[in-house]
Design a protein around this ligand. Structure first.
Ligand SMILES: [Zn+2]
Length: 328
């Protein structure tokens, strides 16, 4: 069977553990498997022990599985469940809930919740060293949005934890802030949770993510008032107008509505740490949607996500703040 094209095919295709191992290995090690301890040394080319489903390093003698140093590491859930779960996550337009995964994959709802958080981490695309825009480009929209339920509806301990994390003490300010940047030409979004909307925070993000000299479109919020030092800064005053010719942030508005639609129903009280993962998921979906020039399909998106599973970990402790072995 060729590589799967639909969810049904994916579930059938990934029923065999060796098929799963081969698929993950091919995507995370495009140049062949290598020992996590002896990086880059071609002479240490490990060999596969079929009965153990593990590789062994010729140099340090370490044995390792395909899950080593990936989001799947130390998980007792077999890849035969992880991979269809990933397929569901990337193929659903607005995302998928842990309840749906629980029913479709046959894991507990709690396990499904943890799995989804780890898989979202794989969707996070590294952007280190690359910047949006450019002097000749169509420009970059920058805007921030507030996400989350009302703090007063949270349980008390959750509210306190939330306040400690966000530095807010309740009311409307208890919402989580997400900053977004959209490269209009490339149709690529970057978005992340930020601790506040102070100039220092927002401006630093723009400086780190947008090339100097780019046309930058924002609203007239104070945090953006120094951007003209490095950029061609175009401002739309949202109190008076939403669009002035090319000066608007409507591209980002589209992204925000996608993000909020995906969150609807899955969230009552949004904690910043978890929201970040949802933002990563929606950024992946937005940046890898099919366009005329780039007709990506579910199979392409699945393989892309699979190529990003390595060098990322999310432990039980990080997710819950509790000690203990990873039960998912
Ligand atoms: Zn080694």
């Amino acid at each position: 069977m060729d590589s799967p094209k639909t969810l049904l095919q994916a579930i059938q295709y990934f029923t065999d553990e060796q098929v799963c191992i081969d698929a993950v290995a091919a995507m995370r090690w495009p140049n062949g498997p290598h020992c996590p301890d002896c990086l880059g040394d071609a002479a240490t080319k490990p060999y596969y022990i079929k009965t153990q489903k593990r590789w062994k390093c010729r140099n340090c003698r370490r044995q390792f599985s395909v899950k080593v140093e990936t989001i799947f590491e130390d998980s007792p859930v077999p890849l035969q469940k992880w991979l269809p779960c990933l397929w569901m996550l990337i193929s659903c337009k607005n995302g998928v809930s842990s309840h749906e995964i629980h029913r479709a994959i046959g894991v507990s709802q709690k396990t499904a919740w943890f799995m989804l958080h780890r898989l979202r981490l794989a969707l996070k695309t590294g952007t280190l060293g690359t910047k949006l825009g450019g002097k000749e480009s169509g420009g970059v929209e920058v805007d921030e949005t507030f996400v989350g339920g009302k703090v007063k509806n949270m349980h008390r301990d959750r509210r306190e934890r939330f306040a400690a994390q966000s530095g807010h003490t309740g009311g409307a300010t208890g919402k989580t802030i997400v900053l977004g940047m959209l490269d209009r030409d490339a149709r690529q979004v970057r978005a992340q949770v930020v601790p506040n909307v102070k100039r220092e925070v927002l401006q630093t993000e723009v400086l780190e993510n947008v090339k100097f000299g780019t046309k930058v479109f924002t609203d007239n919020a104070v945090p953006y008032d120094k951007l003209h030092w490095r950029y061609v800064h175009e401002v739309v005053n949202h109190a008076e107008e939403y669009v002035r010719g090319q000066v608007h942030t409507n591209g980002l508005e589209n992204f925000w509505s996608l993000l909020k639609r995906g969150l609807k129903g899955t969230y009552v009280a949004v904690e910043p740490f978890h929201l970040e993962r949802y933002v990563d998921e929606q950024v992946f979906r937005f940046n890898n949607r099919a366009t005329k020039d780039n007709p990506l399909n579910d199979s392409d998106r699945f393989l892309l996500a699979l190529s990003q599973v390595a060098n990322k970990r999310l432990t039980y402790k990080e997710l819950t703040g509790k000690d203990g072995t990873t039960p998912f």
